[in-house]
Design a protein around this ligand. Structure first.
Ligand code: HEM
Length: 424
């Protein structure tokens, strides 16, 4: 165990440094201390206010007038840095336009309207056979090996292939989409150095040029994909979306959709390995209801979208702490999902909980995840096929213990090397 984690219990609360990489990787004990002793905690290194209790996270998510998602002048992104190298690269692309995730109502609602139909239940029903066949194809590639690195061989490719097909990107471009997604995540993570910021900026500009040319193609010749829907959507009395708005929405759909769902699926397998009693229950009854319960508990315990930024639009007083106007806060969804006041024995992975679906892994209020229903279908569909075809998931012997990424926003494993048996 790292020194920081070892000393966590004894460390005075005001000396805690929640952005330390070891605590980003392994935040559960820190989150408990913050919920118990400092539910509103200002991180001395970043200045960010950490809001960690379930009720507070829900309340701030429902009060976008006070807790804005528009970051404005508050620089939380690596590419907003002023280094000339980064500025020069970004000048070759398109300026970021705040849309759904980075916008407040009423504009945020306006943007959601343009994509409402894309994730409607009827559209998702039509996707189920595709989720099924991609899951089978991914398992075809690994079953003879009896082992795999689950994140890159199943967790991410499943949602990435689904969304790429919906966006209309060809299969050979999947590695590029993954690289761009990772760059956007780094951009928000607060953990990149100058070299990383340059790399991130290059990837963002590459992404923009790739999609601008495809958007223009779809404007002339619409196809049955998300790009065509976004670029040609018309809402009565409103203008169509311009290129900058389309890029921002695509970026959010890609980033918010792939790494999160991949991270949840991957942590799901680790949770099965770590909790054999729960795995036995699923083996005994792999029904859709049981898999759905498993998926909800995985979402609660893994909470891939661990933190999201908010900016205060006025002075706020919470739990005796004064948060000045224009401060950056973190809505700590992962911590909220471990709050004992909401979930009894919260650190326990328990697929029989009676309040399984009350978690906030998809957020709450106006920003509630646009892709929640899609992510659920992908996770349920993917797990159904996995459990039909493979069994006895276990860590690869002699491999290092699985490690989590040090990312301020996304909580997920770096990799998960597993072995398994094929069901006969
Ligand atoms: C397990 C998978 C996923 C998790 C855990 C997750 C989590 C979240 C969370 C917590 C929020 C709220 C953010 C906030 O309040 O600031 C959110 C919003 C959002 N998510 Fe997801 N998400 C997932 C999958 C997806 C997928 C598959 C898509 C798209 C295809 C998607 C697209 C979005 C978008 C566009 C928003 C912003 C909505 C708005 O602000 O109006 N997400 N997601």
């Amino acid at each position: 165990m790292s020194e920081v984690l070892e000393k966590l219990e004894q460390c005075p609360i005001h000396e805690l440094s929640p952005m330390h990489p070891d605590l980003l990787r392994c935040p559960a004990a820190l989150n408990k201390r913050l919920r118990d002793e400092a539910p509103v905690f200002q991180d001395p290194s970043s200045g960010i206010y950490f809001i960690s209790r379930f009720d507070d996270v829900v309340a701030m998510s429902q009060d976008s007038k006070t807790f804005s998602s528009v970051m404005g002048g508050a620089t939380t992104r690596a590419v907003e840095s002023s280094e000339p190298e980064v500025v020069e690269i970004m000048a070759q692309g398109y300026a970021d336009v705040p849309t759904m995730l980075t916008q407040d109502p009423p504009l945020q609602r306006r943007y959601r309207k343009f994509v409402d139909g894309v994730f409607a239940p009827s559209a998702l029903n039509a996707l189920e056979p595709m989720i099924d066949s991609i899951s089978h194809e991914l398992i075809d590639r690994i079953e003879d090996k009896g082992e795999c690195e689950f994140l890159s061989e199943f967790g991410v490719p499943l949602p990435l292939t689904v969304i790429a097909s919906q966006i209309g990107a060809p299969i050979e471009d999947l590695p590029k989409l993954r690289r761009w997604t990772e760059a956007f995540i780094d951009n928000l993570s607060q953990q990149v150095d100058l070299e990383g910021r340059i790399k991130t900026a290059k990837s963002i500009v590459e992404f923009q040029h790739y999609f601008i040319s495809r958007l223009e193609e779809r404007r002339d010749k619409p196809q049955d994909d998300i790009l065509s829907k976004i670029v040609n959507a018309s809402i009565e009395g409103d203008l169509p979306l311009n290129n900058g708005e389309c890029l921002s929405m695509l970026n959010q759909i890609l980033v918010a959709g792939n790494e999160t769902t991949g991270a949840a699926l991957t942590q799901g397998i680790l949770l099965l390995i770590d909790n054999p009693d729960q795995y036995e229950m699923i083996k005994a009854d792999p029904s859709p209801q049981m898999i759905a319960n498993f998926v909800e508990e995985v979402l609660r315990v893994s909470s891939p979208s661990a933190n999201m930024y908010r900016r205060t639009t006025r002075d706020v007083e919470m739990h005796g702490v004064s948060i000045p106007e224009d401060s950056i806060c973190f809505a700590r969804f992962a911590s909220a999902n471990q709050d004992e006041s909401q979930f009894q024995d919260a650190l326990k992975f328990d697929i029989t909980r009676d309040n399984l679906k009350t978690h906030v892994a998809f957020g709450k209020g106006v920003h509630h995840c646009l892709g929640a229903a899609l992510a659920r279908r992908e996770m349920n569909g993917g797990c159904k096929v996995l459990f039909q075809r493979l069994e006895n998931f276990r860590l690869q012997p002699n491999d290092e213990a699985p490690e989590f990424m040090a990312n301020a926003l996304l909580h997920g494993l770096e990799r998960l090397n597993i072995a398994f048996d094929v069901r006969r």
